[in-house]
Design a protein around this ligand. Sequence first.
Ligand code: GLN
Length: 186
Amino acid sequence: MKIAVLAVQGAFQEHERMLESLGSEVMELRKAEDLAEDFDGLVLPGGESTVQGKLLRELDLFDPLRRRIEEGMPVLATCAGLILLAERISNDRERYFATLPVTVRRNAYGRQLGSFFAEEVVKGIGRFPMEFIRAPYIEQTGGDVEVLGAVEGNIVAVQYRNQIGVAFHPELTGHEGIHRKFLELC
Ligand code: GLN
């Protein structure tokens, strides 16, 4: 199994290490030509969604990736990646792939609480260490979206068909549960 990790900006190396440790092959997506290679799943890492969105468009990666996600390619999106997938961003005019029927709030915890740690249950996985870095949370979900986890009433993990979106950074805390769940989807 081969997983493509979007590697234009942000925390992609940590995802690569974790996926490799779980036995999958990994490739980096940096330019349109990389799409010629076959892959079974896609990781959209954390970072800065505005920068990632701009680069995706400039590099001609945006439309082909959007199409693949719509066609059912499994995707794991973390933090900025979740913002890229969201159909609506309540405090931003931008929209990116807009394939995941949720409303997210960017930088939802304000500047003071920009980074924090929590541990809550993720459905089907159990207690999970959650590292939040200037994170979004999910304000609303569409009908078929399964809520996988929340922190203090705010939704931070969801699944919708082929798309798993989490507001925190599961690649940073050593727990493999979310990556395993994603690889099962693949
Ligand atoms: N604050 C970032 C954004 O709005 C997300 C932060 C992250 O990915 N850790 O894109």
